[in-house]
Design a protein around this ligand. Structure first.
Ligand code: KE4
Length: 432
């Protein structure tokens, strides 16, 4: 596969942008090789600067649930842009997307739009602290909620990918109020509440831990977490930046029948443009300025183009049968991966919920990955890197890290999945 143009572009990029990328996980650091510079996306496919086509299972890390350049989304952006790109004033588009999200996501009464998942999670925690008058927060090892200082503690995603220590530049005082518990361990959470009486504002959790790979919550874990928070006077923030509109159309909270106090959203809600949001019960959201005193702001928050892209995306996703079609492709892929791994007797752990999936190569046959410690211990990142490149060479684009999830879109066909499974089979045959 000729990747000379990507190699040249990468060398050029590294002169002017740290690591040549604007987000670390894109640099292929944990899998090696040259990141592909993408020139075009259409449906389930992307083309790199050398003209190589790939079936895309990253989909911009989740947002493109309808695939690349979906006509209704492109039209919405073009038509909106023709009237201007930003006003710094309210627009009906914001009302429309807010009303649509509230209609789709069970627990949400009110919503505030921001520009990224990081902003959403940062703001949600400030709101929880303002609402409860408490300062400490609980996060879970291996969960990733963006790069706000107080959350860069045992984080997942790129932090896990690169095995980074908790980031330099984050003052100790900032993380002193961040308490850590293992994922899927309710006793550890109860112990934190007992050891920090009346001082924990909230726990923030990924309902599917998809920034340490793909770890499902144990039965009863998430509801148990909500109950513990409420028992000790704290709020539960469900970080649905990734699972929103993907674990089910109503997110993980619909899939797992949960009623969180605050939900954070991102990715799909912007249809590929920068949007994040924090949302929840009216009684809590009324604390947000200007109606309340908890301050949060943003020049481009609720940007018309992003609102239009999000509206077009969610409107299509809600159409009869669309979500179910994407989900059936995800099931076809996950079941196929299990079958291929079994055929070659390769120790692996495969997960799928709604339109998202993930898998680990395991270093030990009977290993089970259920939290960050076991993910770091049992994930075979070397084998994943080999597998990643074997697929890439054959035009299949997975996440360039074992500690990320994969995504399907309404553009992926059964034939795309069959081709992907065939390439997985031939790649496994060559690497084991
Ligand atoms: P952003 O600030 O990247 O929009 O969102 C942060 C975030 C918050 N919460 C969850 C559950 C997330 O998964 C993310 C971001 N996800 C990563 C991929 N796992 C973004 C990819 C990247 O960092 O380039």
């Amino acid at each position: 596969m000729d990747t000379s143009k990507s190699e040249t572009l990468f060398q050029r990029a590294q002169q002017v942008i740290p690591g040549g990328v604007n987000s670390p996980v894109r640099a292929f650091g944990s899998v090696g090789g040259t990141p592909r510079f993408i020139e075009k996306g259409q449906g389930a496919y992307i083309w790199d600067a050398d003209g190589n086509r790939y079936i895309d299972y990253v989909l911009s890390w989740g947002p493109l649930v309808l695939g690349h350049a979906f006509p209704a989304v492109v039209d919405a952006i073009q038509q909106t842009a023709a009237n201007g790109t930003s006003y710094g004033a309210p627009t009906e588009l914001e009302n429309q997307l807010a009303e649509l999200v509230i209609d789709i996501v069970p627990s949400i009464d009110m919503i505030r739009f921001v520009n990224s998942g990081t902003e959403a999670c940062m703001s949600a925690l400030r709101l929880a602290r303002a609402y409860t008058g408490r300062e400490k927060i609980i996060k879970f090892a291996g969960n990733y909620h963006g790069h706000a200082d107080m959350l860069l503690v045992q984080a997942g995603s790129g932090v896990a990918t690169f095995g980074l220590p908790d980031s330099p530049g984050v003052p100790g005082g900032t993380t002193a109020n961040t308490l850590i518990a293992p994922y899927n361990d309710l006793d550890a959470v109860r112990n934190l509440f007992e050891a920090n009486p009346d001082s924990i504002a909230a726990a923030i959790v990924e309902p599917i831990a998809a920034n340490m790979g793909f770890v499902l919550p144990d039965d009863g874990y998430l509801q148990g977490l909500i109950d513990l928070c409420h028992e000790y006077g704290a709020l539960l923030i469900l970080d649905e930046v990734m699972t929103g509109f993907r674990a089910s159309i109503g997110g993980a909270q619909q899939a797992f029948n949960l009623d969180p106090d605050i939900t954070t959203l991102g990715k799909v809600i912007g249809g590929g443009l920068p949007v994040g949001a924090y949302a929840g019960k009216r009684e809590i959201m009324q604390h947000v300025a200007p109606v309340g005193t908890m301050y949060q702001a943003g020049t481009l928050s609720g940007n018309p183009l992003a609102m239009a892209a999000g509206l077009a995306t969610l409107t299509e996703l809600r159409r009869e049968g669309v979500f179910e079609q994407i989900e059936s492709r995800a099931i076809q892929l996950a079941e196929g991966i299990r079958a291929v791994m079994a055929e070659f007797d390769v120790p692996a752990q495969v997960g799928q919920v709604g339109t998202m999936f993930g898998f680990y190569f395991l270093t030990q046959p009977l290993a089970s990955i259920h939290d960050y410690a076991s993910a770091k211990k049992f994930a075979d990142t070397d084998r994943y890197a080999q597998f990643f490149h074997g697929l890439l060479e054959e035009g299949v684009y997975l996440a360039p890290s074992q500690f990320e999830a994969g995504f399907l879109s309404s553009a992926h066909t059964e034939d795309d999945i069959d081709y992907t499974l065939a390439v997985m089979k031939s790649t496994l045959a060559s690497i084991i």
